[in-house]
Design a protein around this ligand. Sequence first.
Ligand code: ADP
Ligand code: MG
Ligand code: ZN
Length: 481
Amino acid sequence: MNYIPVIGLEIHAELKTKSKMFCSCLNDPDETRPNINVCPVCLGHPGTLPTANEEAVKSILRFGAAIGGVIARKSHFDRKSYFYPDLPKGYQISQYNEPLVSSGMVAGVAVRRVHLEEDTGTLGHDERITSSGASERVSLVNFNRAGVPLMEIVTEPSIRTAAQALEFAKELRVILRYLRVSDADMEKGQMRVEVNISVRREDTEEMGTKVEIKNINSFKAAADAVLYEIKRQTEIIGKGEKVIQETRGWNEARRATVSQRTKESAHDYRYFPEPDLIPLVFSAEYIDEIKSTLPELPKEKRARFIKEFKLSESQAKELADEISLADFFEQAASELANKTTAPDFQLLFNYLSTDFKGILKSEKKEINELKVPPEHFAHLILLLQQKISSRMAKDLLLKMHDSGEDPETILNQEGLEFMDDDDALLRVVHKVLEENGSAVSDYKKGQSNALQFLVGRAMAETKGQGSPQKLRALFEKHIGN
Ligand code: ADP
Ligand code: MG
Ligand code: ZN
């Protein structure tokens, strides 16, 4: 018997608004001092009144529009009651039956709803020495995060594999970053993924009992948890036993999900409409305005890059997944197109994806912190297209990064030599042809890598100063004549 995994995701993303959801405290995820950004409203003092943050509401509507969702014309907030020390009011302001957005699609996965709520505070656990010298364990609460706007997105249970779940979560992160509504960094807890998962027999449509997995703090952990849980549940059902409905946590050290609490009956959160906030009503103009001010979305950028620059699907994805990289590529590409009628965008992509990214990685820097602007990078690619070898280009890039100078200036300053003289290159080509008769005949028999070998020999002969593009062309011209 085959078993089909059934997976639905619930993802929370912290919005990066200036202030919190229902008060004017700063929303500053980088604040390290505890209980600095707090006020009577977000501390839940009796008698205080919340006011909804319009920027946060707009962020959700923008997201809804970006995923092709249905945006509510009318919505409201509800109270979700439960007790926990990080929740000062004893209830969370959330949304129950009128979410801001229903339906939508991300990476081919159907989204059920998107709503807005407030985040909780955070707990820290510590040990301290009492006055009598004994040690005791204490829990400390920090309300800086309490009341920070939080987007919750819930998918339909239509995901079937770990890879699909991962693709959804990654695409979600890219969209949030494009819209600038959240930085969605999982390691920082700005995006939190919960996986709901069950398996069912292939011969029935009926869904099995689901397990909810929490404590996932990286994309890799999400995929690992899904794979682990599919295996665990399949084995249980295969033995004729029953999966119990429970919440499990991903334990990175054990590389396993472990039971946290069993949910015999569903929680009763006693949802009811928040009486201290007015309902939200959006005019058609308001929604149209939001739709018409969306930026280019990742999907659109990928398609455009494939069309404009003849990039492959995966190349376009690599660029578009990181908006700063995509912008840099695009600016450099337009500079390159200004400099030559035959811009080699593949070459531009290759150098950006390998050498340039290599510098970013080793320096742990963002693109705009480097001293290499797109114009200089485009100029480097032009030189590479016309006269310098790839070895020189790699060297030059490092020097450009050190000095912030244009590549041509560095070449002139350093008197760096490159062999640009066609006659000299031709002499090298003839010499290599004479000395490598067997490679020549291999090439004539159709072994195209023999040409690569000959170019390599010629590069060695010029001590890396010849242009491989030119050498290749000369070989192609002179073999066989
Ligand atoms: P709950 O009331 O327990 O929160 P919901 O129906 O609201 O359950 O669904 C929560 C999430 O669990 C959604 O992402 C949904 O797609 C997913 N889900 C629901 N039922 C199942 C199931 N049987 N197996 C896997 N995922 C499921
Ligand atoms: Mg739920
Ligand atoms: Zn506050």
